[in-house]
Design a protein around this ligand. Sequence first.
Ligand SMILES: *Cc1c(COP(=O)(O)O)cnc(C)c1O
Length: 425
Amino acid sequence: MRSEELFERARRCMPGGVSSPVRAYGAVGGVPRFVERGEGAYIFDVDGNRYIDYVLSYGPLILGHAHPAVLKALTEVLPKGTSFGAPTELEVELAETIKAAFPFVELVRFVNSGTEATMTAVRLARARTGRELILKFEGCYHGHADPFLVRAGSGGLTFNIPSSPGVPKGTTECTISVPYNDRGAVEEVFGRCGEDIAAVVVEPVAGNMGVVLPQEGFLEGLRSTTKEHGALLIFDEVITGFRVEFGGISTRYNIEPDIITLGKVIGGGLPVGALCGREEVMGLLAPQGKVYQAGTLSGNPLAMKAGLATLEVLRKEMPYRMLRSRTEELAEGMRGAFGRKGIPCVVNYDTGMFSIFFTERERVLNLEDVRTSSAELYSKVFHALLGEGVMLAPSPYESAFLSTAHDGEVVERTVEALEGALRHI
Ligand SMILES: *Cc1c(COP(=O)(O)O)cnc(C)c1O
């Protein structure tokens, strides 16, 4: 197996053989498939196997792999050069597109990753309020910056690292973590130290402990509590931005956070992140204000162009209802297949994202519920599906994603593959 050979080589020159931890298959065992190429809903490994891909680069590829419009756009700008360290029209166009989708947004700052976006959002919130504490939710992931590595989701959960070595105590002491969907806990913390809290940061639909939906009133409650205590509300829409709506969860529920962070979809598969909001907050960023943030490759023309091409297709096609009904079909198909096999499970989903929890619980609303899910069964299902040509994320805590290339036939084939896979379990 070429993947095996490459993984051997990789481990000799890269920590764990990968550039990001979950990719190493540590949570499910086995050898990671080295990828050769992608096309639409499919990904091909270096051994010539084809898989229906539900990883989709962990969220960016809402149009599927190698979408012709994105490739064409990149081919247009590529010969002009790859980076200038100077402003371009493409940045302005992408910022305008984001503003048009989020009506209250006035200014947008581009960075190179979601991590940078949330990191900067926190700096901005601290500068704006003159306070230091951050309130976050257990199981939510906001990138790998120090203040967020407290009970974080994604790789942090997969490897059971409650916080990471190398993060100074002083940093994590400023982060308070409470259960997702727990308004009482939020009220309690604000009652105790509300005047010291700079911001509440939340994934408005959680996607890094699997998909966990906000209960009715949860997000509205965060908005009113933060407002009452003079703290900022940061919606981390790095996954949900332009995935669940043309806009995000904030526009769906008409809630106005003070800062929204974006990434993934807005880069169309190239490295990008952004933070945005009203001028009274965003205007504090240098050079308009005094809060420092910079980036050699920020606003990179290739990333801007891929993002623009992606958002243009989305705006023209508005595929969200279709994407939602496909996700629902798949979720129902999976529930049915597991049900017939007598395997208790909860399938949570929002538009274009879902996850399966192997739990006896009726609902999965927070990290404690997530933790009742069997990681062992997930590994078995993961490998059995891989054998049937379907690729899920190699961790029970990562969401699965659908693209517009995942049509009815692909979804049907996935459910058939699952039924085949379950015969071996
Ligand atoms: C992926 C993700 C991030 C981090 O983005 P990177 O580009 O990986 O740095 C932050 N927040 C959320 C909600 C994410 O899903």
